[in-house]
Design a protein around this ligand. Sequence first.
Ligand code: HEM
Length: 315
Amino acid sequence: MPGCHPGRFTELTRRHGDTLPRVDIAHELLDAIHAVYGLHPEFRSLHAKGTCLTGSFTATPAAAALTRAAHMSGAAIPVTARFSNGTGTPHVPDSTLDGRGLAIKFHLPDGTTTDFVGLTLPVFFVRTPEDLLEFTRARTDPEKVGPFLAAHPETVPAVTLQLSSLPRASYAQTTFFGIHAFRFVDAAGNGTWIRYRWQPDAGDMTLPQDEADALAPDYLQDDARARVANGGIAYTLFLQLAGDGDPTDDPTVAWPDDREQVEAGRLELTAVADDCEKLVFDPMRLTDGIEPSDDKILRARPAAYSVSIEKRFKN
Ligand code: HEM
């Protein structure tokens, strides 16, 4: 599939080279991640366990008015999607608590692709790759976590949400947030800052820990496959529009709930895609009509992902 091979990263790095952080911090981050979860060649260094599906996305006229991006035109766009568990350990039971991911690759009419990548958390843990490195290293030494949180109050909301979360009943009953701000640019060149989220048609649902622990270790993956065999999984895409003064470069800060929300499209996942474990999803793989913010976490992701990708494609 065009645009899905790791070689694409060379091109990506060339395009955004001026804004990407130094590559050595990406290596340090991946070393720190491997210290937490172990090194599992051939698997993603994070979000190692998942299930891939295919389907289509159709944008609303309201989305098409905000951006000239090809996948927001209103035409049905084929997609490949991957649901995942956040941990870098590939074989954990699905009842294990951590974030969950939804990565979507839109296959555009011109043969290129563009990606949306979201998490169950509406905000991220840190503002910079340097802080992420310190935080990830602290996680291997319990005595360092408290001091890190005391020095980084911006990390507390994401940690609190994570610690109070419960196992998911189904990926199809889970809301996913893009977290970063992007600038949607219309045909006339006018820009609007947005944050996106996928809201499930089946509603949001969690399970008590003991109930989830009693289920099969792959219950989330089995459920996703069963649902596509029985009518599919559907989400509505919502865009939250930035208000005056809302930060576009800080992923630790949520925008106020009363900001305008635009219903932007519908995603329908209808089949299992068995070959998608080799795909690469990256929120900086953008297309004309959508621009990245200066969020340092967003800018750090391509280099970090390419280190993980080199590892998993080595063999
Ligand atoms: C600097 C911060 C971050 C680092 C270092 C990082 C690191 C990683 C790595 C190494 C992978 C595996 C890549 C691969 O092998 O393809 C990954 C996957 C993923 N990350 Fe991140 N991540 C960061 C921030 C985020 C944020 C903010 C989100 C959500 C908005 C996110 C969501 C995901 C998802 C959903 C996947 C799985 C993608 C797939 O299914 O292929 N990450 N991350």
